[in-house]
Design a protein around this ligand. Structure first.
Ligand code: ADP
Length: 402
């Protein structure tokens, strides 16, 4: 049984095709520069990438290009598109409307549209991706929405409320929603299996550290806090996003620089974070190298990142009243032994005894990187959001594996 997973961005669209029997990725790809010119990178499993320039004026054309690649004679992996049983869509923002994955119908599309003011770039793209699939695969195809915010709907009011005037918060749906929920839930469940104890009996602090990063506090299977907020801008310093800053800096920038809101968004989302701090790159690999070569701005960017991770681990230890495990995942969390070490070293009094050698040798995990006597375990667990989305799509489509 074959399931397609789609992650639509404003000008890009990622896809992955899974054979659910055995969980094999058959092909994956990326449509870029949608609405500008168009570039398709298609990779059948075990083969080289094929990069093609194609006209992609819309998401529908991008989906058509991806589907053509999947059934093409030279590098296709399907005989016909009828072989696709279901499609799972990653939805960036579900607002208060979704606390689990859901089969898409008109009311689900309406709810995703209602959240557009909170996710003005991502949610319109998600709708375009869904409607493009309807147009190409037919309206009967089972489509499922998997929201990044859904897992965090259990966050209690005291942790999701922002102290702005109540009427403004209500009018504009201003509150913490939290993000990366699919990943936080998945790695916590994987960590519970790794430990060999029931997921609902454990407290976790999960650190999803990628281009976008967030840390979650999970109490007995339920998210109770996340460093990301109303948008995916709050919390940790990220590749190009600013993370926590004093909101006063925003009004000050608007006043002193006389810039538009659009320009401000560009600064906060695209020019800040590790890129802004280091002045060289948003990528931790580049920053680690530059810091090693003596670049002091790069060193500071790394220091800020590790300090913030450490600070939030401490905060969530307090919020949970202690954790059974701290879990690291995503590009940086799985691969940077340096970031993990600098975030965790010397936390013994908090009950975290981190093992340098295990950390250096963990190779992306799953692995234990705390000492055998550490009261709180530290784990590295690889995330796999696409696989979770594919499974939810299969489950909610009502079809079963033969
Ligand atoms: P996304 O959030 O786009 O899914 P990923 O989870 O793939 O991103 O994380 C990408 C980031 O992971 C890169 O920008 C880079 O900073 C970091 N990364 C990947 N490999 C390494 C590595 N070996 N060492 C340090 N950082 C790494």
């Amino acid at each position: 049984m074959i399931v397609m997973v789609i992650n639509s961005g404003s000008s890009s669209l990622k896809y992955q095709l899974f054979e659910m029997n055995g969980g094999k990725v058959l092909a994956k790809g990326l449509c870029e520069r949608i609405g500008i010119d168009g570039l398709l990178t298609h990779q059948p499993a075990g083969k080289d990438k094929i990069v093609t320039k194609l006209d992609m004026p819309s998401h529908q054309k991008a989906i058509e290009a991806a589907m053509s690649a999947l059934i093409s004679k030279e590098h296709g992996v399907l005989k016909s598109l009828n072989e696709i049983s279901a499609v799972g869509h990653r939805i960036g923002h579900g607002g208060i409307y979704f606390s689990d994955s859901v089969r898409i119908d008109d009311s689900v599309k309406d709810a995703i549209r209602r959240v557009i003011p909170l996710a003005p770039l991502h949610n319109p793209a998600a709708i375009m991706g869904i409607e493009a699939c309807e147009a190409v695969l037919g309206k009967e195809i089972a489509q499922v929405a998997v929201c990044d915010t859904a897992f965090h709907q259990s966050i209690p009011k005291k942790a999701y409320s922002y102290s702005l005037p109540l009427d403004l918060c209500e009018k504009h749906n201003i509150r913490r929603y939290g993000f990366h929920g699919t990943s936080h839930k998945y790695v916590a469940q994987q960590a519970a299996s790794f430990i060999g104890r029931p997921y609902e009996s454990l407290n976790f602090i999960t650190c999803h550290l990628g281009n976008g990063s967030s840390i979650a506090a999970i109490e007995k299977g339920k998210s109770i806090d996340n460093t990301m907020g109303m948008t995916a801008l709050e919390g940790l310093v990220m590749g190009t996003r600013c993370g926590d800053i004093d909101p006063g800096a925003i009004s000050s920038l608007l006043r002193e620089e006389q810039i538009s809101v659009e320009r401000l968004d560009e600064i906060l989302y695209k020019e800040s974070g590790l890129l802004g701090l280091s002045g060289i790159s948003p990528d931790v690999r580049d920053i680690e190298l530059a810091a090693k070569q003596g670049n002091t701005n790069a060193q500071n960017a790394l220091d800020v990142l590790c300090y913030q991770i450490r600070k939030y681990i401490g905060a969530y230890m307090a919020a949970l009243g202690g954790a059974d495990a701290v879990v690291f995942t995503a590009g940086i969390g799985e691969n940077s032994a340096l970031v993990r070490a600098n975030a965790l070293r010397g936390l013994n009094r908090l009950g975290i005894e981190f093992d340098e050698e295990r950390n250096n040798n963990c190779k992306g995990g799953p692995a234990l990187i705390s000492t055998d006597t550490s009261p709180t375990l530290v784990l590295v667990i690889p995330t796999n959001e696409e696989w979770v989305i594919a499974n939810d799509a299969l489950r909610l489509s009502g079809q079963k594996l033969q």
